[in-house]
Design a protein around this ligand. Structure first.
Ligand code: MG
Length: 282
């Protein structure tokens, strides 16, 4: 489904907001421009792995001020959608995989509207077949939603109820998530070429700034870049990891978003043209 094979390329799988795109450097996005020039001179398979939908990424970040380059693959909506680029064609194998967990968006929505009539839906969930988003007032509501769904047969083996940033509530199939979606893509590509998934994982760099980005970095054998402006959730998770995990997941202290990503790519030897980057640091 993808435009090119990534069987023999390094893979950059990055979160977008506050990782690849540091909104504090708008409207110039100087560091992002520098990183994109480095990427433009390299053969790297580029995957965006974001809480946004692929459509939102295109309209807001690729066609918007940030002028992000078109990736090779989109993983969107916190690992509930995989889309090819630039066609935005959904990956039906992934959709079927998520459905196999017993996901039923209409039924879940009906249950929640009945039991929690005042809970507000997040915008733009109409076009996301495997994601439901709400805004809530307190953590107790998240617990109540989880219990209500469980009573109706939607336990943790079928759906995940994710409470984040104090007020957001995402409900997704149990098999979804930024890490699971990336793993699905890597395993499928490895199977196609008849080699172990670890071979691809060792060539994969995952970058992020917030709690759910640990799901990508937690995959066996991948490299991790925790950007200098990462939030406390991700830093606390990193702190709890074993010494060997910390060797492959690096916190780039003092280097915000795109600069940290560039440093990680250089450190791993994924980009060869590092002179411009080094000059910029002086
Ligand atoms: Mg982020």
């Amino acid at each position: 489904m993808t435009c090119r094979s990534f069987a023999d390329l390094p893979i950059l799988c990055s979160d977008l907001d506050n990782t690849l795109v540091d909104h504090s450097e708008a409207p110039e996005f100087t560091e992002l421009r520098r990183l994109q020039r480095l990427l433009g001179n390299s053969s790297i398979f580029l995957v965006y792995n974001s809480g946004r939908s692929a459509h939102d990424i295109v309209s807001d970040l690729i066609h918007g001020n940030a002028k992000l380059r078109m990736p090779d693959l989109f993983i969107g909506k916190v690992g509930t959608e995989i889309c090819s680029a630039p066609s935005l064609q959904p990956d039906t194998e992934w959709q079927n995989h998520l459905d196999s967990f017993g996901w039923n968006k209409e039924r879940i929505l009906g249950l929640l509207v009945d039991k929690f009539p005042t809970m507000e839906r997040q915008r733009d969930d109409q076009d996301a077949p495997h994601w439901l988003g709400f805004t809530i007032q307190d953590a107790a509501t998240a617990v109540a939603v989880r219990n209500a769904l469980k009573k109706e047969g939607f336990g943790e083996d079928r759906v995940h109820v994710i409470h984040s940033h104090g007020k957001l509530l995402d409900i997704v199939p149990a098999g979804a998530g930024k890490g699971n979606a990336l793993k699905f893509v890597l395993e499928r590509e490895a199977n196609r070429h008849g080699f172990a998934c670890s071979t691809l994982a060792q060539r994969t760099l995952c970058c992020g700034d917030s709690g759910n980005d640990c799901l990508m970095m937690a995959l066996d054998d991948v490299h991790g870049c925790v950007v200098g402006n990462a939030d406390s959730d991700l830093l606390s998770w990193l702190e709890m990891q074993t010494a060997s995990t910390k060797q492959r997941i690096i916190h780039y202290r003092g280097e915000r978003g795109p600069r940290a990503v560039a440093s990680a790519l250089i450190r791993l030897g994924f980009i060869e043209d590092y002179k411009e980057h080094m000059r910029a640091k002086i």
